[in-house]
Structures are given as C-alpha cells and as structure tokens.
Design a protein around this ligand. Sequence first.
Ligand code: AMP
Length: 127
Amino acid sequence: MAYTYDTENIFAKIIRGEIPCDKVLETEHTLAFRDIAPQAPQHVLVIPKGPYVNYDHFAAEASEEEVVDFVRAVGEVCRTLGIAPGDGGMGYRLINNAGEAGVQEVPHMHVHVLSGRRLGRMLPKAD
Ligand code: AMP
C-alpha cells in the first residue's frame, strides 16, 4: 500500500494541540470536533489519532483496538449530538471522502457526521 502521511496536515496539527478545535468527544485513539465550515446544522468530524491518510489506509493498517475505538466513537458522537434514531433523534449521514474522486481536502482519515435537517439526495451531480 503506497501511502505517505503528511505530518503537517491540519488535522495532525489539531491532534498535536498546535491549533484549536471545538471538541465534541475524545477517546484514547479517536477525536471528534465540529467542522469549521459546517454543511448542515450539525457537522462533526471524527478522526483517528493515528497517522492514516484515508479509510482504506486506516482499515488496512490500524490496530483492532484503534478500529473498534473509532467505530464506537462515531456512534457515541451520534448519541451525544442527540441525532441517533434509536434515542428518538432525527437521524444522520456519515460521509468519508478519499482521494481525487472523493474530493478529499484534508489527507487525514475522517468521517463527517451530518444532521440537523433533512439532507436531501445522497449525491449531487458532479461539479
Ligand atoms: P474533506 O473534503 O472530506 O477532506 O473535508 C475536510 C473538512 O475539514 C472540510 O469540511 C473542512 O471544512 C474541514 N476543516 C478544515 N480545517 C478545519 C479546522 N481547522 N477545523 C475544523 N474543520 C476543518
């Protein structure tokens, strides 16, 4: 697998505490914080603390502990935001962008948690 992690990307700086974030949740291996340019009333990013470029990199190289921690943290964020349908919440959408086709801007694995309004069609037309 040919991934080189850029240690100077903006999320790496957030993890190191070099720039601030609006934290929602932190666990041993995972951090969740509000997106700086929200695309919905609720827009939170969930990131592993480890140096993974995208989802397939994380899935291949993260430890089982990191993967479990991350998956559970995403669920915990949904419950914390009050959007989990099982708790009477309105629901949410998870998005992970990877590479050029996915229009990934920050080269550190992250899942977007979006909610707070009906989110419309899953995919808009390509720009
Ligand atoms: P993506 O296109 O999937 O790589 O999304 C990157 C996301 O990171 C975008 O939604 C940005 O608004 C968000 N973002 C960039 N810089 C920051 C930051 N300093 N704090 C919080 N979110 C950020």
